[in-house]
Design a protein around this ligand. Structure first.
Ligand SMILES: [Fe+2]
Ligand SMILES: [Fe+2]
Length: 487
């Protein structure tokens, strides 16, 4: 099948030449239908809807419109329903299903798939398990997009939505909102962001653009940016791992959220038990992804230094640097920038901002990451506290504010592994060739995992990476996944 993916037209703020040229290109192509991923109009006014509908009458292909945050301004969603159609819907073909849904919170830029829409999406996916190709569309971006400034307006529940799409084997998700074209493959899901097809609201001086997507054994995304075509191509089927007798290179134990203090938030029994198990696992490296102490107070750091005597690599979390922690962290724990061996090179990042939950890396550090990527070690890992990808079971608020640019660079530089420790829930996802693993809290009573407090073991073999989560108290193992390494 072949479809066109257009977005963010923002009527009436359009460049007419871009609109006409795109529509002509689509009309003259062999695409089956068009999907518009939202922000059809700019302020949700009647006149804007009338103008948009009038202009789209030139299109000679069927089109699905998905609502965007701008369509919902000034009670615009009512007009959207009257003029365009339902906010959620399904289009079915012999081999495919397209499910589109509303992610708009009226009069807000942030997005959300509501509880009822989430359940509806789940039921609809369950009802179409037999379809070879499953496509889901909504306006707000699912994962951070590069070159769009500060990361915000991401779906509140993007971690849960991502988890659902992966569980039901969705092949393709189409988003708009950020006005910058981007394509990622995350596990087996191809995530496509469209730029703005014709509005004046481009970023980085970027041109207007839209996507042509072709799906057979492969998913081919062609971004037409007038004068320039970018193409990405991915296998549709999941790659299999054959060589299970591969040589083991090293083992990392990844921990986070020990939250040491004198209160009962810190589960001392859990902590001591977990460390007994960690030493029995004989890791080559132990990495602590932040929130060592519950609050950055002297008494907590004194206690933490007593408990954490094993050689560990540390990065700070927001709890480590609040109050006096900013000065105490370097006094009690070594923060090194890199650790390099022939087999593996680690780069440790401080992503924390004083008295803020939101992380940042910044451009200077990004330059140092680029230098680090040129180190000749076989395997490269980046360690930081904040999340680069949304995590399930949590409202999305732990992302870096520059997550879009950082994620883009880390995948482009083919960093093998990224370790994070925010949001108190384990997660392991491969995006492009980079595996991103998040650790749950090891011994803090504030955690979101039904499996209980836990830490991760990451076994790196010559041909694959094997990640499991170990329950802090019982030591029982839950496999998070096995991923093939591309060498
Ligand atoms: Fe937009
Ligand atoms: Fe938008």
């Amino acid at each position: 099948m072949k479809i066109a993916h257009i977005s963010d037209t923002h009527f009436p703020q359009i460049i007419k030449e871009s609109f006409d040229r795109s529509i002509k290109k689509i009309n003259n192509s062999d695409i089956e239908f068009v999907i518009h991923t939202g922000d059809l109009v700019d302020r949700g006014y009647l006149r804007e809807y009338e103008e948009a509908i009038q202009s789209f009458s030139k299109l000679k292909k069927p089109i699905i419109f998905v609502p965007g945050n701008h369509d919902g301004k000034n009670v615009g969603l009512k007009l959207f329903e009257n003029f365009i159609g339902p906010l959620n819907g399904v289009k079915e073909g012999k081999d495919y299903v397209v499910i589109y849904l509303n992610s708009v919170i009226p009069d807000m830029n942030e997005g959300r798939i509501s509880n009822s829409s989430f359940l509806w999406l789940k039921e609809t996916l369950r009802g179409h398990l037999d379809k070879e190709i499953k496509i889901v569309c909504f306006h707000h971006h699912l994962v951070p997009v590069p070159n769009t400034g500060r990361e915000r307006n991401v779906l509140f529940n993007s971690g849960d939505v991502l988890d659902l799409l992966l569980k039901y084997g969705v092949n393709l998700v189409l988003n708009g909102h950020k006005h910058y074209p981007n394509v990622y493959k995350l596990e087996n899901l191809v995530i496509v962001n469209a730029g703005t097809m014709c509005s004046i609201k481009t970023r980085l001086g970027d041109k207007n653009s839209f996507n042509i997507i072709e799906i057979d054994d492969k998913i081919k995304v062609k971004t037409l940016r007038f004068g320039e075509i970018r193409e990405r191509e991915y296998e549709r089927k999941k790659e299999r791992i054959y060589n299970v007798n591969s040589e083991k290179l090293f083992r990392i134990v990844q921990i986070a959220g020990t939250c040491i203090d004198n209160s009962d938030i810190f589960n001392k029994k859990m902590f001591l038990n977990a460390f007994k198990k960690i030493s029995a696992l004989n890791p080559d490296f132990i990495v602590h992804c932040g929130d060592i102490v519950n609050e950055g107070l002297n008494k907590n750091y004194t206690l933490a230094a007593k408990y954490l005597k094993t050689p560990i690599f540390f990065v700070p979390g927001p709890r480590d640097i609040n109050y006096l922690g900013y000065n105490l962290f370097p006094k009690y724990f070594d923060f090194i920038e890199t650790h390099v061996t022939k087999k593996v090179a680690f780069k440790f990042l401080n992503s924390c901002q004083y008295d803020s939950d939101i992380g940042v890396i910044g451009r200077g550090e990004l330059d140092r990451i680029k230098q680090f990527s040129r180190i000749p070690s076989e395997f490269k890992a980046i360690v930081l506290h904040h999340n680069l990808l949304p995590i399930e079971n949590t409202r999305e608020k732990g992302l870096l504010e520059d997550a879009g640019d950082i994620l883009y660079e880390l995948t482009r530089l083919k960093i093998d592994l990224v370790l994070t420790g925010h949001s108190s829930h384990p997660s392991a996802r491969k995006i492009e060739n980079t595996l991103v693993v998040n650790a749950n809290s090891l011994s803090c009573k504030r955690q979101r995992n039904l499996f209980g407090n836990s830490f991760n073991i990451i076994d790196v073999y010559k041909d694959f990476i094997y990640v499991s989560e170990i329950q802090s108290l019982s030591g029982s193992r839950h496999v998070l996944g096995i991923w093939k390494r591309k060498i």
